[in-house]
Structures are given as structure tokens and as C-alpha cells.
Design a binder for this molecule. Sequence first.
Ligand SMILES: CC(C)(COP(=O)(O)OP(=O)(O)OC[C@H]1O[C@@H](n2cnc3c(N)ncnc32)[C@H](O)[C@@H]1OP(=O)(O)O)[C@@H](O)C(=O)NCCC(=O)NCCS
Length: 330
Amino acid sequence: MNALTRIKDRAKAKKRRVVLPEGTEPRVVRAAKKILSEEIAAVTLLGDEQEIEKLAKEHGLNLNKVEVINPNHAPEFNEFVAEFMEIRKKRNITEEQAKTAMLNTLFFGAMLVRHDRADASIAGSVNTTGDVLRAAIQVIGLKEGINSVSSCFMMTVPKYRDEFDKVYLYADCAVLPNPTAEQLASIAASTADTMKNLLGEEPRVAFLSFSTKGSASHSDVTKVKTAYELFKKDYPDIRADGELQVDAAIVPEVAKSKAPDGQIGGDANILIFPDLDAGNIAYKLTQRLANATATGPIIQGLAAPANDLSRGCSAEDILDVTAIAMLMKG
Ligand SMILES: CC(C)(COP(=O)(O)OP(=O)(O)OC[C@H]1O[C@@H](n2cnc3c(N)ncnc32)[C@H](O)[C@@H]1OP(=O)(O)O)[C@@H](O)C(=O)NCCC(=O)NCCS
């Protein structure tokens, strides 16, 4: 059974609810139908009721099984406006600005998650990544102990050494361009959580660099080494090592010669890249050269899950992301 099938099975057992803020997009309506028929989650759609009704008829979605909310006439609208003003009070936003935000389904959806009325919000089929993340960061906020929202990709490699469908988490490949050492440590902590929540595996974290254990000296190497030390201080029980070249992270024989005293022995399942250039290039290279399946970006580090979609996504992709998001809460 591959990782995504396992994730779907585990998501079903959780019996959670997803809010889909882009309820007037046909792919989202088709996804809602699939999510319900595969029993991955209960569904809340946001948007104009009449438009949603029309699309539901066209795509065979039974609305009796769906919660539909139009923020315009929602009974909780005024309460959410007041709460948003309170959350954003350091930015001195006006009531008008708060009303505009709550009429935006991305913000309204994030507010439902904040209130535990839904377990995750998923959008991005028509909105940009920046807009999806901004709503989540402002309304849901960060998980305790985490300093930044980041992302990871789940990479399923068809065959590596003797293993089939080997899964790695790569981070960060999509959100933070130039992470500081503190942010790298936080990315690693979030990715370790993602590993436990999604795959139920013990995390083994490698902080990657062009140097292994002092083989080169440069400020970029120092950043990665510092990130590893910060991480070990905060999470002494999670197996980790750094700074490591990628071969010392994933090839046991190389680890034996280059990092013989390390905690992961060339068997890392989480690769933390020094910056977004490295992470983004690496995931695309693995996808193309190793024929790996890249699932993501999986957004992590939020107090409750919200996820982004690619604007080219299909209804099937939305279903997959929903299954992942249903597990991100733990
Ligand atoms: C996250 C993102 C939306 C923030 O953009 P922004 O609103 O212009 O960011 P700003 O620097 O003005 O910060 C706005 C607020 O968000 C916070 N913030 C920004 N990035 C953050 C992050 N990664 N984690 C946590 N908070 C973040 C800031 O601290 C600030 O908070 P405040 O208003 O409470 O003081 C932006 O970095 C982004 O678009 N990232 C995605 C990049 C992308 O498109 N990648 C490709 C995807 S495949």
C-alpha cells in the first residue's frame, strides 16, 4: 500500500470536517462529491448559495450532505468581524477592513478553523499561495513553539536501494526563501511533526549543507550547524544530525565514513535544505530523475491546518490534499 493510500485510510478513521472556501469553483464542487463518496471528511462549502446550488446540480453533488455558508448572510459574521479586529489590533484595522476580510471566503474559512467548526481549510484552486497563506497566518496563527509557517513535500521514490515506494519529507521547498538558523530549526520541528502525523514514522532529521561535520567552513555552513544545535537543544529526543552532505544523510556507507558518530547513520527520512533554492531544485530533480511522486506543498507550522492547492489542480488533487490536511492536526 503506498503512502497516499495509507494517508487516506487514516484520514477516514478520523471523521473530520474540511472547509473549502472556493465553493463556487467547479473543480471544488467535484472534489466535494469525491471527498464525501470516499468518506474522507465532512464538507463545508463557502460562497454564494445559488451559484453553489447550480454547480451542485451540474456535477451531481447532493447538497443535503454538505454545509453551505455564504459569509454575507452568516449568523456569525458580526462576531467574526469583531474577533478579527481584536486579533489584528496591533495593525489598527478598521471595522470596514475587518468586514472586507470576513467577506473574503479565505478569511472566513480560516475563522471556522480557528473556532474548531472545521478541522482544516483548503484553497488555492483560484487564489494565489500568498493569499491563502496570509489568511491562515493572520487568523489561525502559528503553532506553539514554532516561529514560521513553512512547507514540505512528501517525495515517494519508486525504488531506492532495496526499498520500494520509499518516502522522504523535503523542507522547505515552497515558502521561506532565506531561512535564518532559528527558522531552519523551526522548519525541522514542523516537518518532524508532519512525519509523525501523516506517516506515523519516527522522524530522522538531516540538516543538509555542502559540508559534513566541518569538512568546509563558510557562513552558510555555520548557519546549518547552528540550526542543528538549536534543534537538538529544543528537541533532544528527536534523532537528528547536521551539518551533513546529502550522501552522508541517505547512504549508510557514506555516513559510516563521513559522520560515524551521527544519530541517523545514513537513514534520514527528513531532509532540511539550507534555503528555498536548494529545496525547490532538489524536489524537482528527484521528481524528474528518480521518477518520484511529489505531494505538496504541505503547509506546516500553523496552530491548526490550512493547505494550499496549485491553481492547475484537479478534483482528485483536492481530495488528496484534504486527506493530508485531515491528519495534520495529529
Ligand atoms: C507568507 C506570505 C504570504 C507573507 O507575505 P506578506 O503578507 O507580504 O508578508 P509580510 O512580510 O508583509 O508579513 C505579513 C505578516 O505575515 C507574517 N509572516 C510572513 N511570512 C510568514 C511566515 N512564513 N510564517 C509566519 N508568519 C509570516 C509577518 O510576520 C507579518 O505578521 P504581522 O502582520 O502579524 O506583523 C509570503 O511570504 C508568500 O507569499 N509566500 C509564498 C511564496 C510562494 O508563493 N511560494 C510558491 C509556492 S509553490
